[in-house]
Design a protein around this ligand. Structure first.
Ligand code: TYM
Length: 342
């Protein structure tokens, strides 16, 4: 998958960006560094759509009240992280029915074998063995629909979504091969591996940091209080050496260096120099402090936004209207191509 992030000139159509996040809990530092932080940066040069993907969330059983609450707070959080509803289209997936409509069509152009190979499906079906529903299996076709519905050029995601994105490209190419050029084949924007593409669990640094982890010490939520953040970093699992350097078998320290580097833009060499002669304790506190500093303005803005539900509603309603209007062009084209009567 190539990464083509060259913005267009004024006279051309701006390239389109689409990304989404599930409202299954408060976002983690992994979501922030791996994805949302980059969503913000792309707004200046691209035509961006960002969605709270609640249709994806119900592939795992959700408490309805909690899902509603999390959807609204997730929406507020993306705005707090810098998504500007005047510049970008920010919406809730279930408000735009063309996502489900296109997903059904794409399901018919996605192979059982392809879906069976998805590692997220394998992981989730092991984790939720009593509810391996068809939606969990066809989740990647819905994700492909999200992306392809808007003629998306670029998809900023963390490394864990790469396989889904590759499948979206395969589906687009397959459909185009049959019907001519209907879909744009999207490219991913995935951070470099040492810049937060995969932020790992603080308790088991061989696993990705995840908001659905039952051990809350394993992740930093972007709404955690500063003292909780520092405590979580102090308790981060590391190896038994003492000097701060990147290396094989040092997953815990490598992860902390990745977080520190992503937020300070310092290289690993610079970090090693900065902490030469100091122990892991000092380093862990320093990582915690830069994280607190980064999250403070987001937390303040989030609190403010949550006091103005009318504003949030206005933004997500307008966002859905704009998204739906754009989506009809491709949806109509698809309907025509497959032979649905107008
Ligand atoms: P979700 O909700 O699991 O995560 C949202 C974004 O955060 C990234 N991410 C991470 N990045 C680095 N380190 C981590 N530990 C980490 N955890 C999560 C994810 O890669 C993602 O970019 N299927 C998607 C949502 C989706 C989507 C889409 C994304 C639905 N439709 C269309 C892009 C385009 C998901 O479950 O993300």
């Amino acid at each position: 998958m190539s990464e083509n992030t060259t913005p267009t000139t004024q006279t051309e159509r701006k390239k389109r960006v689409f990304s989404g996040i599930q409202p299954t809990g408060v976002f983690t530092l992994g979501n922030y560094i791996g994805a949302i932080r980059n969503w913000d940066k792309l707004q200046a040069d691209y035509d961006c759509l960002y969605s709270i993907v609640n249709l994806h969330a119900i592939t795992v059983r959700q408490d309805p009240q909690a899902l509603k609450k999390n959807t609204l707070s997730s929406y507020a959080l993306i705005l707090a992280c810098g998504i500007d509803p005047q510049k970008s289209i920010a919406f809730i997936q279930s408000h735009v029915p063309t996502h489900s409509q296109l997903a059904w069509v794409l399901n018919c152009y996605t192979q059982f074998g392809e879906l069976s190979r998805m590692t997220q499906f394998k992981d989730k079906s092991a984790k939720y063995a009593d509810n391996i529903n068809a939606g969990l299996f066809t989740y990647p076709s819905l994700m492909a629909a999200d992306i392809l519905l808007y003629g998306t050029d670029l998809v900023p995601v963390g490394a864990d979504q790469k396989q889904h994105l590759e499948l979206a490209r395969d589906i687009a190419n397959r459909f185009n091969g049959i019907y001519g050029n209907v879909f744009t084949v999207p490219d991913g924007i995935i951070p470099k591996s040492n810049e937060g593409a995969r932020v790992m669990s603080l308790q088991d640094p061989t696993k990705k940091m995840s908001k659905s982890d039952t051990n809350t010490k394993s992740f930093v939520s972007i709404l955690d209080e500063p003292n909780t953040i520092i405590k979580k970093f102090k308790g981060a699992v590391t190896d038994s050496e003492a000097s701060v350097h990147y290396g094989e078998g040092k997953d815990g320290i490598n992860n902390l260096m990745g977080i520190y580097s992503a937020l300070t833009s310092k290289t690993f060499d610079e970090i090693e120099d900065e902490f030469r002669g100091k122990g892991y304790g000092d380093f862990k506190v320093a990582v915690g402090e830069v994280v607190c500093e980064e999250l403070k303005p987001i937390q303040d803005r989030y609190k403010e936004l949550m006091t103005d539900k009318a504003y949030l509603e206005k933004c997500y309603r307008e966002g859905a209207e704009k998204a739906e209007a754009i989506s009809h062009r491709i949806m109509n084209k698809v309907n025509k191509k497959v032979g649905f009567i107008d």
